[in-house]
Design a protein around this ligand. Structure first.
Ligand code: BTN
Length: 267
C-alpha cells in the first residue's frame, strides 16, 4: 500500500490515547519523511476519515510555501486524514480548526496561545505550532484533506536552527518543564473532535467566532506576501470562509485566502 521505504520503524503509544471520536486509527512511527506525505499516500489508497499518522521525528517535515519544518525529537508531528462532505471552499476552515484546537490544548497546560493569520500558533509572540493543509479534489468534490500539525512540545531552544531560534518557542520552554506527550495528544484529539463536529454540522459562524477570540492579527497593520505580490494594510476582519479582510493603504478592501503575514511593528 505504501511505497518508498520511508518508514524507519513503527512504534506504539499507550492505549490511553485511544479512542477519540476523530482519531479512529492511529499509526505511530519513530521516523518518517513527513507525516503529511504518509497520510496523503494512505488517503489516496483508501484510508478512512480519522486515520492519524504520528511520528516522533520527521526527516523532511514540510511547512507552508515549501519550507522545511524542523522536526527534532520532542516535537509533536501528526497528520489527520479527513473526508468531509463539504464544498471545496469550506475546507479553508479546517486549518483554523486545527489552530484553535492547538490553542485550546496549550491553554489546558498553562500558557495562553494566539493565532497569527492564517494559522500560526504563537505563545508570547513566538511560533509554537504550524499547520499544513493538503487536499485532493475531483471537480468540486473533496476526495480527501490531510491536516498536518507540528507542535514544538519538549524541544529545547538549542534544538532549533539559528534561522528560526529567535522567533520560535516550545511548550517546554514556556512551562519550564517537560509536558506529557500522550496527555497533550489526548487533549488535542478531544479539542479537534469538538471543533470538527461543529464543522460537520456546518456551524461555521461558531468556528469563526472562536477563531476571532484567539486572533492575534485582527486590528494590526500587516504585510502580506503571496506568490504574486507583497502589500501592506490593516487586518480588519475574517469572513465566514476564514479569509482575511485587509484594508490596504489605497483604501480598498482585499480578501486574502492565503499568504504569509508579518506584523509591521515587528519588521
Ligand atoms: C507551517 O507553519 O509552515 C506549517 C508547518 C506544518 C508542520 C507539520 S508537522 C506534521 C505535518 N507533516 C509535515 O510534513 N508538515 C506538517
Amino acid at each position: 500500500m505504501i511505497e518508498g521505504g520511508f518508514f524507519v520503524k513503527k512504534t506504539t503509544i499507550s492505549s490511553t490515547v485511544l479512542p477519540s471520536s476523530i482519531a479512529k486509527k492511529i499509526l505511530v512511527f519513530e521516523e518518517v519523511d513527513s507525516t503529511n506525505t504518509t497520510a496523503k499516500e494512505l488517503a489516496r489508497t483508501g484510508a478512512e476519515e480519522g486515520t492519524v499518522v504520528i511520528a516522533r521525528r520527521q526527516n523532511h517535515g514540510r511547512g507552508r510555501f515549501d519550507r522545511l519544518w524542523e522536526s527534532p525529537e520532542g516535537g509533536l508531528y501528526l497528520s489527520i486524514v479527513l473526508k468531509p462532505q463539504v464544498t471545496v471552499e469550506k475546507t479553508s476552515l479546517l486549518p483554523l480548526i486545527a489552530a484553535l484546537s492547538v490553542c485550546q490544548t496549550i491553554k489546558i497546560f498553562g500558557p495562553s496561545a494566539t493565532i497569527r493569520w492564517p494559522n500560526d500558533v504563537l505563545v508570547h509572540g513566538k511560533k509554537i505550532a504550524g499547520i499544513l493543509l493538503e487536499s485532493e479534489t475531483q471537480r468540486d468534490k473533496v476526495s480527501y484533506v490531510v491536516v498536518g500539525i507540528g507542535v514544538n512540545l519538549n524541544i529545547e531552544n538549542t534544538d532549533f536552527s539559528s534561522q528560526i531560534r529567535s522567533r520560535s518557542t516550545s511548550l517546554k520552554k514556556e512551562m519550564k518543564s517537560s509536558v506529557d506527550y500522550e496527555k497533550f495528544l489526548q487533549q488535542f484529539f478531544q479539542q479537534f473532535s469538538s471543533f470538527y463536529q461543529l464543522f460537520v454540522q456546518e456551524k461555521f459562524g461558531r468556528i469563526i467566532e472562536e477563531w476571532k477570540k484567539h486572533s492575534d492579527t485582527i486590528g494590526k497593520t500587516i504585510q502580506i506576501t503571496t506568490s504574486q505580490d507583497t502589500f501592506q494594510g490593516l487586518a480588519v476582519d475574517v469572513d465566514q470562509s476564514g479569509f482575511l479582510l485587509v484594508k490596504t493603504t489605497d483604501g480598498s478592501l482585499k480578501k486574502m485566502t492565503s499568504g504569509d503575514c508579518i506584523y509591521l511593528n515587528e519588521l
